[in-house]
Design a protein around this ligand. Structure first.
Ligand SMILES: Nc1ncnc2c1ncn2[C@@H]1O[C@H](COP(=O)(O)OP(=O)(O)OP(=O)(O)O)[C@@H](O)[C@H]1O
Length: 278
């Protein structure tokens, strides 16, 4: 686990605040419409993920997790900082980096009129997998994820959200990925399906020594899957450590005998338990 797989150094990203004008900017016509206000979504984030590691990112809604994942996957350009994937710069060596990455997100795009199997076969061809081989592998993975195989020929648009999510995961696992970016991979799945997907993620890590960066709102999942966790709040990494160490730290800080990952999350993101349960 010593090779560095992903390195993020001093990453910043801002977006435009819609409908807000920055009156402090002294711009004249024709640049007056550039008097925009910005807000920081990712602020000075630094971390390293080693090969074969499952690295989790936990944080409240809107804390910048997906933005960070999208920058690592070359879909967004950081305003500042450097991201390297196995030593390659995500901006300068974008195409090479893309070949190493498979990403799953809740907004996965498909050919909606085509079936799950057709979508997966198409993806397999893109990765140079021979057609028969691709179909066989697709069915194997779908079965492994608990997808009802009799639905494999149903158009994507007629599948439930959870089923579509499983197809998105299957697509990311069709080829042996070097770096998997899983943005809330189990959101919307029932408990059994969640467990199937989690088991498969662990299997991919074990068998392919794949590096996995994962975001989730499921504290149990984070604890079960991740070797280390980063807690992000308002775009800043608050702490990075193993789930066990995070729990021990919060246990001491709170003066309790036992704490859960929820306690860790609430403590480190500053969310008040009482406020949150109201
Ligand atoms: N393309 C964009 N343009 C403007 N604002 C954006 C854009 N993408 C994200 N944002 C804003 O950036 C902030 C962080 O969004 P992001 O999706 O990274 O959060 P997140 O931590 O993944 O949230 P969630 O847990 O809800 O998925 C939010 O305020 C969001 O509205």
């Amino acid at each position: 686990m010593n090779t560095v797989a992903v390195e993020c150094k001093n990453i910043w990203k801002s977006f435009v605040k819609e409908g807000e004008v920055n009156k402090n900017l002294r711009l004249k016509w024709p640049f007056w419409n550039q008097k925009k206000s910005f807000f920081h979504v990712v602020q000075n984030v630094n971390f390293t993920v080693r090969r074969g590691e499952i690295f989790g990112i936990l944080g409240p809604n809107g804390s910048g997790k997906s933005t960070l994942i999208r920058m690592i996957s070359t879909l967004l350009v950081p305003d500042q900082g450097e991201i390297r994937v196995f030593g390659l710069d995500v901006l300068k060596d974008r195409n090479q980096v893309r070949r190493m990455i498979n990403r799953v997100s809740v907004d996965a795009a498909f050919f909606k009129k085509l079936s799950a199997l057709e979508n997966l076969s198409y993806a397999a061809r893109l990765y140079d997998v021979e057609i028969k081989q691709g179909r066989k592998k697709a069915i194997e993975i779908l079965e492994r994820l608990g997808f009802q195989v009799e639905k494999a020929n149903t158009p994507m648009e007629n599948l439930s959200r959870g089923m579509q999510q499983k197809v998105a995961i299957a697509r990311a696992l069709l080829t042996s990925p070097v770096l998997l970016l899983l943005d809330e991979p189990t959101t919307g799945l029932d408990p059994k399906s969640k467990r199937d997907v989690q088991d498969f993620i662990l299997e991919v890590q074990r068998e392919h020594n794949a590096t996995i960066i994962l975001t989730t709102h499921d504290m149990g999942e984070a604890e079960r899957l991740c070797n280390r966790l980063a807690i992000i709040n308002e775009g800043k990494f608050v702490m990075i450590d193993t789930p066990e160490n995070l729990k021990n730290l919060v246990k001491v800080k709170m003066g309790l005998n036992q704490v859960t990952m929820e306690d860790v999350f609430f403590y480190l993101t500053g969310v008040n338990w009482e406020e949150d349960s109201r």
